[in-house]
Each structure stands twice: as C-alpha cells, then as structure tokens.
Write a protein that binds this ligand. Structure first.
Ligand SMILES: O=C1O[C@H](COP(=O)(O)O)[C@@H](O)[C@H](O)[C@H]1O
Length: 261
C-alpha cells in the first residue's frame, strides 16, 4: 500500500479531500434496526457468495452489530453463508479477558460464533491475556501479516474483503479516538491505545482498516444522529471521517440515525 502522509497530531492526510462525504448511492437507510440487520445480512451474504476462495471480514465491536450477528446466526444465513471459507478478525478489542462483559469477542461469540459452523481455525480474536497491550498488538499484527502473506499491504490486494465499523458518539471508529496519537500511524497495522476511561484497547490502524475491498459503517439510533450528520459532512475532527479505504465505503443506517423519523 502506498503510505499516505498523515499529520501525526490529527491523522489528516496531505491528500485528504476537503469533504470526505460518501455519495448518496452508498448510503442505505433502513426503516429500523431490524431492517438494517436483515439488509446488512443479505448484502454480506451476496458479497461472500460472489467472492471465490477465502472470505475475510474484520468485525466491529460495540453494541450496534449484535443484531446483524444474530441475524447471520439464524436461517437462512446460518446454512447459506460460506462459513468454511470465512475468516473473521476484529477491528478493535478491549484489553479484557474474552469472557468479560466488555469484550467485543464475547459479544460476537454469543451472538454468532457459537451458533454457526465456522471452523475454529477461521476465528482470529485479538489476544488479550498473558501479555501487555503492546505485546498483544504486536502479536495480532504478526497474525494478520502471516494470514496476508506479506509485511506490506498492496492496494490491489486488500487485506479484508469486508470491514464492518461502528461510529461512537465522539466520532471514534474501531478504537481510533479523537486526538489520539494513533491517528497519525502510517506503518503499523495494529496498535495499543487507551480510551477515555483509561481502559487499554487494541485497534487496527488506518493503514490496516483501509486495506479493505468494502467498508461498511453500521450506525443506528437517534443518539447517533448528530454525529452521523457530521460524518456525512466529512467533519475532519471525527476519526471515522478520516478513513479512506482502497475499496468502496458504504454507510448503512436506520431512519432515526438519518434523522427522518
Ligand atoms: O468502543 C466501541 O465503540 C464503537 C461504537 O460502538 P456502539 O456500541 O455505539 O455500536 C465500536 O464500533 C467499536 O468497535 C467499539 O469498540
């Protein structure tokens, strides 16, 4: 991948367009959270089916994607999805044990992994025990590089087929928080960071998240309406607005988030 020069303090790249707005054609507004989960599951199955060979997904954490994961774990997706050739990674993780209530892995395990026939070797959680956050970040980067088969990302061969992302009320995505030094990271694929409550987290950096054929933001609820409007305007103060994948960027939202209900 051609390294983009990012300002280490802001994460804004020299080539950043004035407004990074996503075209209306790539914005899908669903009636409600349930309809979004159904639409996203159908869309994901379509993308997976079209792809030959390994289908590689970076999962989002937080609460929003739970409904999608539960939908994928039920008919018809439970049987129709190509689980045997699907590999799952995480865009970010809290540095807590995998059975902790705050664990993104735990949420995905409860909602999806424990209910579908995905081979254990295809599940690639962020390690969160027996190491420091920095060592865990390095180990996850190593695992990603090993899977990818190279230590440098090539734009024509994205790391992920699909990256699912959420949007925090402060504009964070994955664990890329406003003002954090990691926003300027241009080389590492994974980093250890801390959130506002000083909880250690492991996050994929822009270079890794941007190495995606398709990125989809899943955002729901009235409480996200204001920050989503800022994202639509390409507000550079939001880490989520600074993400420019090598492939296409989609936004799937419900009517409340879009401000039309
Ligand atoms: O902290 C996080 O927050 C964002 C948004 O979460 P949500 O609960 O508002 O959906 C999420 O995308 C990220 O993975 C998570 O670690």
């Amino acid at each position: 991948m051609t390294a983009r020069t990012r300002d280490p303090a802001t994460g804004i790249s020299a080539a950043e367009p004035e407004a990074a707005a996503v075209s209306d054609r790539k914005l899908r507004i669903f009636r409600d959270r349930g309809a979004l989960a159904e639409g996203a599951a159908e869309w994901l199955l379509g993308v997976a089916t079209e792809k030959a060979g390994a289908f590689t997904v970076a999962l989002s954490g937080g609460s929003t994607p739970r409904a999608l994961y539960e939908r994928l774990a039920a008919p018809p997706y439970q049987e129709a999805f190509p689980w045997a050739r699907t590999h799952l990674f995480w865009g970010d993780e809290r540095f807590v044990p995998h059975n902790d209530a705050q664990s993104n892995f735990r949420m995905a395990r409860e909602a999806l992994l424990s209910r579908v026939p995905i081979p254990a070797g295809n599940i690639h959680p962020v390690p969160t025990q027996g190491a420091s956050p920095e060592t865990a970040a390095a180990a996850y980067q190593h695992e990603l590089m090993d899977y990818y088969g190279a230590e440098a990302l090539a734009p024509e061969r994205p790391l992920f087929d699909v990256t699912l992302l959420g949007l925090g009320a402060d504009g964070h995505t994955a664990s890329l928080f406003p003002g954090a030094a990691v926003l300027g990271e241009q080389h590492s694929w994974v980093a250890a960071v801390a959130d506002a409550k000083n909880l250690a987290r492991i996050t994929l950096t822009y270079p890794a998240l941007e190495s995606s054929r398709l990125v989809v933001f899943l955002v729901t609820g009235k409480e996200k309406s204001a920050v989503f409007a800022r994202l639509r305007r390409g507000d550079r103060a939001l880490p989520a607005a600074l993400l420019h994948p090598v492939g296409n960027l989609w936004q799937f939202v419900d009517a409340e988030c879009a401000g039309i209900s």
